[in-house]
Design a protein around this ligand. Sequence first.
Ligand SMILES: Cc1cc2nc3c(=O)[nH]c(=O)nc-3n(C[C@H](O)[C@H](O)[C@H](O)COP(=O)(O)OP(=O)(O)OC[C@H]3O[C@@H](n4cnc5c(N)ncnc54)[C@H](O)[C@@H]3O)c2cc1C
Length: 443
Amino acid sequence: MYDHAIVIGAGITGLSTSRVLTDHFRAITLIEKDPLPHTPTSRKGVPQDRHLHLLLDGGRRALEDLFPGIATDMARARVPAFGMNDARIDTPHGPFPTLGKDVTMWGGRIKIEHVLRERVRQLGTVSLRTARVTGLCSTPDGKTITGVRLQDGTSLQADLVVDASGAGSSAPAWLESIGASRPKESLVQIGLTYASQVYQAQLPDNLHLYYRFTDFQENTRLAGALALGDEEIIVTLAVTGNGAVPRTEADFSAFAENFPLLRTALHTASPRSDIATMQILPNRIRHYEKLSSLPEKFLLAGHAVTVFNPAYGQGMSMALQNTVLLGKCLDAHPSLKGISRYFQRRLARANHAAWRVSGAGDYQYPHVTGTPPRFPTQLENWYGQKIQPLFTQDPDAAERFTRVFHLLSSPTSLAHPKFLAYALRYSLRHTPLPTYSHAEDLS
Ligand SMILES: Cc1cc2nc3c(=O)[nH]c(=O)nc-3n(C[C@H](O)[C@H](O)[C@H](O)COP(=O)(O)OP(=O)(O)OC[C@H]3O[C@@H](n4cnc5c(N)ncnc54)[C@H](O)[C@@H]3O)c2cc1C
């Protein structure tokens, strides 16, 4: 056991990381710049919590591994839990088949984070502290991190520091200030803007989730709605490229009218929140795993390392899978010497599967800018496009894709020789379906 670890940021990554560190440290200080509420409340530090959030099955399972029994707490807090049967997902190739198999999702960021935070509060060795971290403390040669500097001018020492401060992480600048290099970045910019509003309403047919998946062509529109419990739904509308998202009640309703299911749901609905809008960051990997000057005893996880296009709903799940991986790395590598590179390399490998869906996957669309994927990702994108229609028509293929999408199987399962042969034969034999018309959305 080591004495003390510091975690920066009490989002999904920081909260779950604190739990894993209790197995290896006598005391953990979780430092968060926002005062942390005791109720399910939106926070300034996570503006994304005002938009539709879905915890995929891969993330839900990771959370249950980290916090046994948390499903009971989620149910008590009325966090919606539902399967694919309770969801309607429209894709550019038609509705995704309703599958009854073993997939459960949880919905709603604010309540999920609240339940997680309350579980962390019960951990005797984790202290939550309200403060803003402004830099890292290190040995004079800058090769080992020894703590963090706080905005009030004080510092706090630790045997290990974990940066879980999200997409706005200042770690590149902090590293530079102690003589290390900034990490290189891979960026894929799809140019999404979200607008969301909570309504007192229910989705038709007892649905828990409606999601209109898009092919992300320029100026396409995207819509989602999620039941939050207590007869509330959150509706998220989004546009790519130069399209305008609705910012007024009238524009929001007019935009939602383009989606028949939302039209029905919102017919007599009354808003329960203001409209929140958000310009979405590009998909981004910060390549800490390649940084030869990465100091010892400093780790980074979650959005601080990899930001995914939120339309695929992977961020929280990947953060939780990152945490499970951190636990395994600490078990396998109990000496903290060398842990930084050891962990960041494994993390990069683990995140690559989700990146193939979002970052590299998004690169197939014509208006996208950023770091072009290399071979074999280009080939995977080509193959992915060819077989997409199959997922809406063949239940076995849909089942396979569902497991990949929910981060339960690797994308390589879609390239298993038998499936590959079947999928390619299928796509050669069938003329591509007309893409599910956007005319309806754009009318
Ligand atoms: C619009 C949108 C929709 C999304 N939808 C989904 C979805 O459907 N499903 C899904 O799984 N994911 C989704 N995500 C991603 C998800 O929100 C994040 O990936 C996930 O929360 C993991 O983030 P994190 O904990 O690493 O960072 P965050 O959740 O951003 O938390 C970082 C924390 O660090 C704190 N902090 C920052 N700087 C400092 C500092 N210097 N000192 C102290 N504290 C600091 C912040 O206040 C914050 O509390 C979405 C993201 C966006 C933007």
